[in-house]
Design a protein around this ligand. Structure first.
Ligand code: AMP
Length: 383
């Protein structure tokens, strides 16, 4: 299923292409159709699953379908977020996805900074306001924000809101929003207090959930090698000749990347095959059959191409590139350690991918141990 098939309009599709998103994540596939129809949604999803786009995209589409002006201090969409970091990220996401929609106004407010600028940003009204609860209540008391025109309410990371003691402020905020609205409610877990809050806020919600992925990760021995981009090819070759001698699946982010890796390995005398969207069905089947039979012990794949493949006995997964969706990392490494077997996953991380690594570590709630590349000279190992 593509973003186009989900029914998203061209300005959004263009923005998604610019972001480099090729296909929707599972939470996006599940939530977007309901949200586009105007239904309430109750979603169980962790950060890293693509949940921000799962609510931001349908919201932007609904705003564009029915343009409206808002009064001073007003907003059409209110997104409540527990922390300033998350609030800023959500506001940035709305801006990126909405960049080809004319005149979209998005603003963010949180505590710890002066209120004046935030109040000025609200003076003419905005389309989307992303706020932390405490600061929003301050502005409501100052009458610099009025919520009587809110059409869509989003509550993000509800369980985190509970941990931070925000449930009472949230109930107060919600009491100022018209009951006739659409509500999208997201939480990583659904303890009973959160279930109660959801019950009070939502009307006949569509329930969507992506399975917690963190547990898969616990069964796989994981390592990361920090290196410059230019060393990746040689290090991959050394890994395949040394520690990763078994049946190894190598992931790249792009189809071209996959082809380049195959070419390099073949030139170095190591037979490898690639499967990705540009290969014909016949080519893919042949590559898979060779990998299954052991004729070719290295298979290079992109995330999407790898989705349908089920090969037993994969001993190693090597992430030649780190995925930009943290959840993909867990899906990738879950290709090894099937059926109780142990598996090893080694990721190559260059300077630009460090942010992806941090996202992954947040999702799996663990640090990936750093290992030195095979063939690294002793003095460099010690450094
Ligand atoms: P979130 O769970 O909303 O924090 O998103 C996690 C990361 O995945 C963010 O860096 C997004 O930019 C990225 N992302 C979200 N949806 C997609 C997609 N369909 N394809 C690729 N990356 C995505």
């Amino acid at each position: 299923m593509t973003f186009e098939e989900l029914g998203l309009v061209p300005p959004l599709l263009k923005a998604l292409a610019a972001e480099g998103y090729t296909s929707p994540t599972p939470i996006q596939l599940q939530a977007i159709p309901h949200a586009l129809q105007g239904r309430d949604v109750q979603g169980i999803a962790q950060t890293g699953t693509g949940k921000t786009a799962a609510f931001a995209l349908p919201i932007l589409q609904r705003l564009a379908a029915n343009p409206k002006r808002v009064g001073p201090g007003g907003c059409r969409v209110l997104v409540l977020s527990p922390t300033r970091e998350l609030a800023s990220q959500i506001a940035e996401s709305f801006k990126s996805y909405g960049k080809f929609m004319s005149g979209l106004k998005v603003t963010v407010m949180f505590g710890g900074v002066p209120k004046g600028r935030q109040a000025r940003a609200m003076a003419m009204g905005v389309d989307v306001l992303v706020a932390t609860p405490g600061r929003l209540i301050d502005h409501m008391q100052d009458r610099t924000v009025v919520l009587g025109g809110v059409e869509i309410l989003v509550l993000d990371e509800a369980d985190h809101m509970l941990d931070l003691g925000f449930i009472v402020p949230i109930r107060k905020i919600v009491s100022h929003i018209p009951a006739q609205r659409q509500t999208l409610f997201f939480s990583a877990t659904m303890p009973s207090e959160i279930g109660g809050l959801a019950g009070a806020m939502l009307k006949n919600p569509a329930q969507v959930a992506v399975t917690p992925v963190a547990t898969t990760a616990e069964r796989v021995e994981q390592h990361v090698i920090m290196l410059e981009t230019s060393r990746k090819r040689a290090v991959l070759f050394d890994l395949l000749m040394g520690p990763a001698k078994g049946r190894t699946l190598v992931f790249t982010r792009t189809k071209h990347g996959a082809d380049r890796v195959v070419k390099y390995l073949e030139e170095s005398g190591l037979p490898a095959a690639a499967i990705h969207g540009n290969k014909s069905q016949g080519q893919r089947e042949r590559a898979l059959a060779d990998f299954r039979s052991g004729k070719c012990r290295v298979l290079i794949a992109t995330d999407i191409a790898a989705r349908g493949i089920d090969v037993d006995g994969v001993t190693h997964v090597i992430n030649y590139d780190l995925p930009n969706v943290p959840e993909s990392y867990v899906h990738r490494i879950g290709r090894t350690a099937r059926a109780g077997a142990t598996g090893v996953a080694i990721s190559l991380c260059d300077g630009e991918e460090r942010a992806f690594l941090r996202g992954i570590e947040k999702l799996i709630r663990a640090k990936v141990p750093v290992m030195v590349a095979p063939g690294t000279p002793a003095q460099q190992r010690a450094a």
